[in-house]
Design a protein around this ligand. Structure first.
Ligand code: HEM
Length: 492
């Protein structure tokens, strides 16, 4: 019997089982919520709840129709049923902060099971408790400030120049692919010392593309689905990493180099082989996809704000001229610290583009917030994008305005606020609390160095004005963000 015939035969039993589970879970939730003051909302269809509406793609610089309608109907905190579970959705800045700060006490990270299936049960995204803490310590050590200064800045610049140096004038090409090439090469080097362009690096890149398609697809482990293919890629990628691991172990513990993450964990941690494989795979995932989308978003937003490009260029020309005068070629940490307006551009890109739009949590206890009850066991989704695009918190939120991040911006009227203090407390592109992104500083460094060389060497325009960033909910340019670039040699 073929795979599809087996599925057809089993279909009625699967449907019956689903219905049975729905009935049980509905009953359980009715009992759970009795006597509680739940936020208003709609639990939608059995099992599916409102998931399809919630995940419907929309323009990445908006919160989407679903969210808009729900907020206007129910307010910023509402109940729903998403990903097969009763859920509290929060577009409320205060509740989002409260959820993230109370990780492990009142709330806990809780990604859908399919994420664990594909990233691995030891992936940092799904681990909780002591094991999460241990893995996080390793990642933070490896991404420490000291390593950024001594190792990573140099590598980031090298990989930036490699990618930008390959751009052909007046050709139309996908800036999204170029950004992906840059961040993948950087992570492959940093994690396993793989050099760009080498056959094994290219092989890993190919496997990784299939893997990524599955991470962002519906978790249907059926023949021919993207998810099934991604699981197959996962196992090939793991074999690849395992081979690299064995090569290192053959060298003997004292000879293992510590320049990359693989060498570092083999030498300094007590992790099992399975744990190391999942750690490497999940860092490759966490560190590559998000940063590349952020760089693509900066390339996309900037042409719409020529003043910002001009301001950036002034900042970077000054840095480059000072270096030329001092006879230096490579960027150093002091140069990076001078990129102040660039940091405003980075913050604004992350605020408006919202690479990570919402996080997955569950309540560990019954929690009361602003008079509403969040029952123990319910899923909780802090939607950070909704806060970043809230007109009550950010003036003209749809407008790309890097100047809003300058600390000296104050308004004269009494009703207005200083942007600096208000914006920063509601700004959470990297999450918050004990699970704050371990690679946030690296991500900002990558963006800044890329922007430095981009504005010094190129002028670019968008070749297809219809190609917008969409939230699927992962952010992506459907046509790859096609641009046309002209090299500039006369800026310095
Ligand atoms: C602009 C780029 C990036 C964005 C927007 C971003 C965003 C985030 C967010 C929102 C979280 C929290 C997830 C949660 O709480 O459920 C997170 C976690 C994480 N990120 Fe990033 N990230 C970026 C780049 C990176 C890079 C470059 C790396 C590493 C090389 C990295 C490594 C991690 C790790 C290891 C975690 C898990 C932290 C933990 O669970 O303790 N990220 N990231």
């Amino acid at each position: 019997m073929s795979d599809s015939e087996v599925i057809l035969c089993l279909l009625p039993s699967i449907v019956a089982l689903f219905l049975f589970l729905i009935l049980i879970s509905r009953k359980k939730h009715q009992q759970q919520s009795r006597g509680l003051n739940l936020p208003p909302g709609n639990m939608g269809w059995p099992f599916l709840g409102e998931t399809i509406g919630y995940l419907k793609p929309y323009c990445a610089t908006s919160i989407g129709e679903f969210m808009e309608q729900h907020i206007s109907r129910y307010g910023k905190i509402y109940k729903s049923s998403l990903f097969g579970e009763p859920t509290i959705v929060s577009a409320d800045a205060g509740l989002n902060r409260f959820i993230l700060q109370n990780e492990g006490r009142l709330f806990e990270c809780s990604y859908p099971r399919s994420i664990g299936g594909i990233l691995g049960k030891w992936s940092m995204l799904v681990l909780v408790g002591d094991m999460h803490r241990d893995m996080r310590t390793i990642s933070l050590n490896f991404l420490s400030h000291a390593r950024l200064r001594t190792h990573l800045l140099r590598e980031v610049e090298k990989h930036t120049l490699l990618v930008l140096g390959s751009w052909k004038e007046n050709f139309v090409f996908s800036a999204q692919d170029e950004a992906k090439k840059f961040t993948f090469n950087l992570m492959a080097k940093h994690i396993m010392s793989l050099d760009p362009g080498e056959p094994e690096t290219e092989q890993l890149k190919k496997l990784y593309v299939t893997f990524m398609k599955g991470v962002v697809s519906a978790p249907l482990n059926l023949p021919g689905t993207a998810y099934r293919k991604a699981l197959q890629s996962r196992s090939t990628i793991l074999k690849f990493i395992e081979r690299k691991m064995e090569e290192r172990l053959k060298e003997g513990n004292e000879n293992i180099g510590e320049d990359d993450l693989l060498g570092w964990v083999l030498k300094h941690s007590n992790l099992s082989k399975e744990q190391i494989l999942d750690l490497i795979l999940s860092l490759l995932f966490a560190g590559h996809e998000t940063s590349s989308v952020s760089i693509a978003l900066a390339i996309y937003f900037l042409p719409g704000c020529p003043n910002a490009i001009e301001h950036l260029r002034e900042e970077h020309i000054e840095i480059a001229r000072a270096k030329k005068k001092a006879g230096e070629t490579e960027l150093n940490w002091d140069d990076y610290k001078k990129m102040e307006f660039t940091q405003c551009v980075i913050s604004e890109t992350l605020r408006l583009g919202n690479v990570v739009r919402f996080l997955h949590r569950k309540a560990l206890k019954d929690v009361r917030y602003k008079g509403y009850d969040i029952p123990c066991g319910w899923k909780v989704l802090p939607v950070i994008a909704a806060v970043h695009l809230d007109p009550l918190l950010f003036d003209h939120p749809q407008h790309f305005n890097p100047w809003r991040w300058q600390s000296n911006i104050t308004r004269s009227s009494s009703s207005s606020t200083s942007y600096s203090s208000m914006t920063s407390s509601h700004f959470m592109p990297f999450g918050g609390g004990p699970r704050l992104c371990a690679g946030s500083e690296l991500a900002k460094l990558e963006m800044a160095v890329f922007i430095h060389h981009l504005v010094l060497n190129y002028q670019w325009d968008l070749a297809d004005l219809d190609d917008q960033a969409f939230a699927f909910p992962f952010v992506d340019f459907q046509k790859g963000l096609q641009i046309r670039a002209q090299r500039q040699t006369n800026f310095i």
